[in-house]
Design a protein around this ligand. Sequence first.
Ligand code: MET
Length: 764
Amino acid sequence: MVASSVLGFPRIGANREVKKAVEAYWAGKITADQLTQAAADVKKSNWTTVKAKGVDFVPSGEFSLYDHVLDHSAAFNVIPKRYVGLGLSPLDVYFAMGRGRQADGVDVPASEMKKWFDSNYHFVVPEFSDETDFKLNFNKAVEEYKEAKALGIETRPVVLGPVSFLVLGKASKEAKAGFQPISLLPKLLPVYKQLLADLKAAGAEWVQVDEPILVLDKAAEYAKEFTSAYTELAPVAPKILLTTYFGRLDSNVNFVAKLPVAGLHIDLDRAPGQLDQVLAAVKPTNIVLSLGVVSGRNIWKTDFQAALNLGQKAVDALGQDRVIIATSSSLLHTPVTLESEKKLTPEQKDWFSFATEKAAEVATLAKALSGSQDAAVSKALEENKTSIAKRREFEHTSDDAVRKRVAAITPEMLERKSPFAVRKEVQAKHLHLPKFPTTTIGSFPQTKEIRQARAKFTKGEITEQEYDDFLKKEIESVVRFQERIGLDLLVHGEPERNDMVQYFGEHLNGFVFTQNAWVQSYGSRYVRPPIIVSDVSRPGPITVKWSSYAQSVTKLPMKGMLTGPVTILNWSFPRADVSRELQSKQLALALRDEVIDLEKAGIQAIQVDEPAIREGLPLRRSDWDEYLKWAVDSFKLSTAGVTDALQTHSHFCYSDFDDIFPSIQRLDADVISIEASKSDMKLLNTFKQYGYSNQIGPGVYDIHSPRVPGEQEIKDRVAAMLAILPDSLLFINPDCGLKTRGWKETEGKPNVRRSATSSPPPAG
Ligand code: MET
């Protein structure tokens, strides 16, 4: 029999119960026990749902109140010193690590967050040093396994593997120079052994051990560590299913197939081409192969025929008992259920499959491959065939005009008229910005009032005129605030935007929106990505009205604010039938028109945010050039249609640019602002090393944390920046938009001009 499996289920609750409970706990409105209860309810519902869909391997242990890597760090006692001895409960230490804490005399910043591979999920980076004292503070995997068992549900616990845990982490500030987290493996393994042995004792037959770094080039460097780790763990553990996802194993399969594991999971959604190589490698072993054929990353209905073809190939090579049909990765990156969508047309609904529906898909596929004669299975196969055929038909009805426009893009359309040095002079005459210009990244607090007004407008409780008037008032007050605190380049605050991607999607052709399709981005922040379903075009100006209004109420220059093509693409669910490149270029052309319209309307600086450009980078280096070519071209296409006088800005956050620096340079934005408050100054050294010559605003404080930095802290940051970058190029700004912050924290924050430059900074 071919078995079915789900690698992980969304842990936010069908109605965002976890967010609500966690935030209520932070606000002191519910107790820790009530939070635990809310979590238990969601876990129960997840297990019951997956099981009810007929899945054989139901995951447990992957639930999280904030982040699964953070759970792991807390469980293994990987707790940086700054969070210890503050008199906090273990739960509050956990949250302090995730989001910082500033209350009752305690003032600690959040730990660094990083993108989880090429997804829009962020994990809290573990910090290691020689002094890391691993011990099992609690065994979450066992506890949740037992919790499910008590409900009568047998599960397969999920654990992050030891090599990925160390490699995803970083050396802490206290660590000696040259310290490598992987050197801790021998110290870490005994704790893993204990964890896994406890699981076995509790009755778990299998354990899913995630080693996602196996799809990266650098995994090859750790072949020895993988071998020693699994040789040591396998004898005491339940049967280990070693899981890889988001990419292909490539030659790493050579050592992976020799590991003493009982099963191996591969992602055939992202990398279907790896099946032959992996089959050849595992055939001579006893390893069970888990095939990730149902995408954990997109929302499209699985093409059963294509999945069955892959499955059949594996069954032919290994036999039914050595094949599992699975989701490609955890379903964490997909919304909970299509059932909550009441506004999609039946035609649209028929295209999609969310986590709950995907669980049913793996179960059906496994049964079909096992040769089931069940009428329900044949019916599901028939229905799938019809749906897929209808979708293919829809895809062919593309917008010809858009496709022709993309085909007619010329190299000249990607370049500004003059080089930066010339533009800088022209712009200086127009913008009159002082030395160390201060600005913000765009958004100001999305207050309850703003959200309420938007909800009323959406429900038709207020007229468009009333909503517009409300937004104008908001814009004006944000403008006045910026004038009051002395910022130089203003923004309108983005009150009209529900979200930086959704808003643009709603004003472009080719997108579909959901009501409840939330996915976790980090901690209690969830996003609701729009879905690109057909060719994209701009029916008319989108932001011009707001930016022009904002400019009309101030004499200071106003920065127009757009989300870039690559980011709109990466933070949407893309089409699966055409390339990402084509979708990105279509978006770029739409934005190009918007940028040109903004300039015509008198806006002198325009920021085109590309925070997701790094995230879209393929996981394998050999695939980078192709991506970077079209991604950078898309940005240039969207921004290069203006005169030299227009100052283009772009913004990136959570960006580690060391290895893609030439592409950042090639963007040729006049000013870029980057996240720099949490990462060390390494990033800036890269700019220096490459002789980056355009202007740059490294963030001076972390807006993702509610913590308000002191004035000295900001001064120190700026001084450190000036020690690296020439003062003529430096902008002063926070490291991201302020939309997630309240006004209290905001008022405490962007007084960066006063704090940064009140005493003369050292010469750069
Ligand atoms: N302009 C956007 C903002 O300020 C950029 C955000 S990047 C995640 O919110």
